[in-house]
Design a protein around this ligand. Structure first.
Ligand code: NAX
Ligand code: K
Length: 466
């Protein structure tokens, strides 16, 4: 489990540490970490260029340049705002023989010290101009410039980092945006940080939380998942959601709906019925994928919300809740609900997502008293109590039709097994992207292939945990 702290929390912690350590020592420690990583990346090559902004991020870059010069590496620096460049860092850099230049030429590595914790909005034109002409690998200091450190949002040109060296703790950008490989330099901040603002689950956490049958379990005790999905027009969604619920845990899955025949043909082990009213008892419901939004579908959604068991509401269920908020009245206030919108569904339900996806998911979670899983390259899962899990996909292979149906089945099965809804959604998201990665192995895949890789992904997670 990796914690991530927002920049205001980091600053507050840094201030407390700075009050008891010699001036400049944190920056030098940070810069030394940058220099060590740079030497690593250079792999014997010898020319480094620094892009130096107006603040301490630029100061880190200049001090890193100083340490690199002392190792015999040639370092040149572009000062984006010479009058405001970090004075001590610049003096040390010059002292060690560093050259100030107008443009970086023929370098083997660029150190991006344009802006860090204080970076807001699009890169200023001068910085953007240099970033547009980068043609060497980039080591970003703290965070890639042009990417908002708290939200991961990019508004205009931004540095594309091969490696990011950050200090003290991880910040939201490191889970929400592409920072290349992230390395952390210890500054002794931990005791001052308090609980994290966001959490990224490790595969080992997922493996440890994943339900597996115990010695005394039978098919009922592990939780029965109900799937109310699919229609005559979209039977595939029912097949995928039921299949993923079946593969995720070894209990039982009941399917209720118009695609019963197709589901039974594909999954003989599912208990199928044509109508939600005679589905039998379940410990969770997955509702929505391919269900449609007509009156019949609304009745299904109402029945599910009234059932008093945790619900994963996806796709058409979200659209129905957005179009007809009265449907929420069917829900017992104690019933946990997980909503799994993509951006357009989110917009219908709770307004524009905007650049701060974490804030948007938190807002919607509070508004609906539900766990909200906002899909994206970085999936954000927010609980009504403010807890947030982030899961960044390393690839985009899961962006395929039917992929969401698989995710909803995974969440439903974990809810049926009794997992905390936030953890259920977070674990499902992690296994989902891993299954996509394993199935794709470098080539596009349909959702049914992603589904087939779910057991491998669960195995990999459980291996990590053992
Ligand atoms: N506070 C500390 O104790 C430590 C801070 N460290 C470094 O200090 C950094 C934070 O330093 P600062 O607070 O001085 O601020 P930054 O260096 O992040 O930003 C400096 C200035 O850049 C300008 N700027 C803001 N947005 C911009 C944009 N979009 N395009 C171009 N310029 C922009 C602003 O004038 C801002 O004041 C951290 O990211 C880290 O690299 C490290 O040295 C470790 C210790
Ligand atoms: K930077």
């Amino acid at each position: 489990m990796r914690g991530l702290w927002t920049t205001d929390r980091v600053r507050a912690a840094e201030e407390r540490v700075l009050a008891r350590v010699p001036a400049g020592s944190l920056m030098r420690r940070a810069a030394f970490g940058v220099a060590v990583a740079a030497v690593d990346l250079l792999d014997g090559r010898r020319r480094v260029g620094l892009l130096v902004g107006a603040g301490n991020n630029g100061g880190d870059a200049l001090w890193a340049g100083y340490y690199l010069l002392r190792r015999g590496i040639a370092v040149s620096a572009v000062l984006l705002d010479p009058a405001r460049a970090h004075a001590e860092g610049l003096a040390a850099f010059r002292r060690a023989g560093g050259r100030v230049v107008d443009r970086l030429r023929d370098v083997d590595l660029v150190v991006d010290g344009i802006v860090g914790l204080s970076g807001r909005g699009p890169l200023r034109p001068a910085a953007a101009e240099h970033v547009a002409h980068l043609d060497a690998p980039v080591l970003a200091v703290d965070s890639p410039s042009g990417v908002d450190p708290d939200t991961g949002a990019v508004d205009g040109p931004a540095v594309r980092a091969d490696v990011t060296v950050t200090f003290g703790c991880l910040k939201p950008v490191h889970a929400l945006a592409d920072c290349g490989e992230v390395r952390l330099v210890d500054l002794g901040l931990e005791p001052e940080l308090g609980g994290p603002d966001l959490v990224e689950l490790d595969l080992a956490d997922v493996g440890a939380a994943w339900p597996v049958p115990g010695r005394d379990d039978d098919k009922y005790t592990q939780g029965v998942t109900g799937v109310a999905a699919g229609s005559a027009t979209y039977p595939g969604a029912a097949v995928l959601a039921t299949g993923s619920a079946l593969l995720a845990t070894s209990g039982m899955v009941r399917y209720a709906g118009a695609a019963a025949e197709g589901v039974r043909a594909q999954w003989p082990e599912a208990i199928c019925t044509g109508s939600i009213t005679d589905a039998g008892r379940v410990q969770s419901w997955v509702v929505g994928p391919g269900l449609g939004t007509g009156l019949g579908a609304e009745d299904v959604l109402r029945t599910v919300l009234e059932a008093g068991v945790p619900v994963c509401a996806d796709a058409d269920a979200i659209t129905m809740l957005a179009n007809n908020p009265d449907l929420w009245d069917a829900r017992d206030p104690d019933t946990p609900v997980v909503l799994t919108p993509h951006d357009r569904e989110f917009e219908r339900l709770a307004g524009e997502v905007g650049p701060d996806r974490v804030a948007a998911a938190r807002r919607a979670a509070g508004k609906f008293d539900a766990v909200v899983l906002l899909k994206g390259h970085a999936t954000v899962v927010a609980a009504p109590d403010g807890r947030v899990l982030v899961n960044r996909a390393r690839t985009s292979w899961a962006a395929t039709a039917g992929s969401g149906d698989v995710l909803s089945g995974l969440i439903g099965s974990l809810l049926a097994a009794g997992l905390d809804p936030l953890l259920a959604a977070g674990c499902a998201a992690r296994v989902h992207v891993l299954a996509a990665e394993l199935a794709a192995d470098g080539a596009p895949i349909p959702a049914s292939a992603l589904l087939s890789a779910v057991p491998d992904a669960i195995r990999a997670a459980r291996r990590e945990a053992s």
